[in-house]
Structures are given as structure tokens and as C-alpha cells.
Design a binder for this molecule. Sequence first.
Ligand code: PGA
Length: 249
Amino acid sequence: MHINIFSSESALAEAAAERIIAQVRENAEAVIGLATGASPVAVYHAWGKGAATLGLDQSRVRGFALDEYLGLDPEDSRSYHAVIRRDAVAGAGLNAELVLIPQGSGDPEAPAAYERAIREAGGVDVQVLGIGRNGHLGFNEPGSPAQSRTRVVQLAASTMADNARYFDRAEDVPTAAITQGLGTIFEARELIVIAVGEAKADAVAAAIEGETTEDLPASLLQSHPNVHWFIDQAAAAKLSESVALVAAV
Ligand code: PGA
């Protein structure tokens, strides 16, 4: 694992964006895995800005989102369809037609169709990931099997509590989602994991320095051959001194 700790979020975002841009420069049809949530927003903007500065043609870049709530209309501003359009597609300057998002309609064919689409695209070159306070990746909550594929899942209580900030009423917070599985995510050739803020410090330390266990899905990243962590100082606060010293950028 490559661990990078940054003193500012803008430096973090630029460094993470640089890795994505390098892939797009190498392959105009690169396949990028897109995460929702607050963590990657600055990265998407730095990516879009960097690509524009270079005059990079991104019209053929393909994208796959990690997850979607079950039961929200794709036009609902809180749906991940809307979040991906706003933060990733508009932020990074992507072609919306080439960015796929799992269907949260409950269609029983949707998980297998999504897996097939990723496979037919040749797999994911770079996957952007956030990490939940409980160590989840996508909506793979603690206890998710390491080999899991795209499927419908129930959300953990801590995830629903974190997501409640986007909903006016507690009863509107979705309780289920469709998510790429851990097995799906770990097939990406490169993983970029972004963790910002002190709420993530325990999960980051356990994921990087703790035992690998399905009880903390992010700890399973230790087994992936090409993981790059981008962490701010607050999220890095609980790493041991020896790791933090080496990782400081
Ligand atoms: P956040 O979510 O980026 O909004 O903190 C990350 C996650 O839960 O995976």
C-alpha cells in the first residue's frame, strides 16, 4: 500500500487527480470507478481543472459508479444518479453518456447486468473510493464477504445516521442500496482511497494497521496489489507514528 498524508485538502485533491489524469493521458478510453460522498468532490474538481489545463479530450473516458440507494428516482437530487452527475460528471468534465450508475429500482436483473457492463468495458483501471466511519467501501457494510459481487444490501445504522444529513426527515433516509461488491471493487487495477476529517481516523488506522477482517471491509485493501491512500492529517491522526512519518507528503 502507498500511504500519502497531506496537510491540506487541496494538495490531497491535486495529487489524487494527478494519478487519474495520468491514466486518461495513457488511454483516452480509460475506465474510472467513481465514488459518491463528500470525500472525492475536491478530487473530481481538481481532475476537471487539470484535464482542462492540459486540453485533455475526456469525451471517451468511461465511468462506473459504486452504488445507488434503493427506491429513489434517478431524478431525485439525493439519488446517487444526481450526485454522480453533479459531482463527478460535471466536476471532472466527463461524458455523461459513458458513465453508468447501478439501477436502484429493485429490478432483480440489475446487479448481474451491472457486473456484465463492467466486464464488457474491460474492467476498471482506477477506482476512486471513500471510506465509511465503520470501514465500509461503497455500501459494503461490516460483514460483507470479500468475494461479494454487485447486490442489494441493507445499510448499517451508522451509515444511515451519516446519510441523514442529506434528508429532511429521518423516515426518508434509505435503508437499502445496490452496491458493487468487494470482489467487484478489488478487481480494479488501481485503487485510490480518500479519507478526510477526524471522523475517519479510527477506520483509517484499523484499515491500514489492523488485522484484515470482513468486519472492517477497508482492511481487506491490504491484500490488493495497487492501493494508494490519500489522507488528510485529521483522518491520519490515529496512525502509528512510524507509518505517519513515512507517509507525510
Ligand atoms: P463521505 O462518505 O465521503 O461522505 O464521508 C464516505 C463513505 O461513506 O464511503
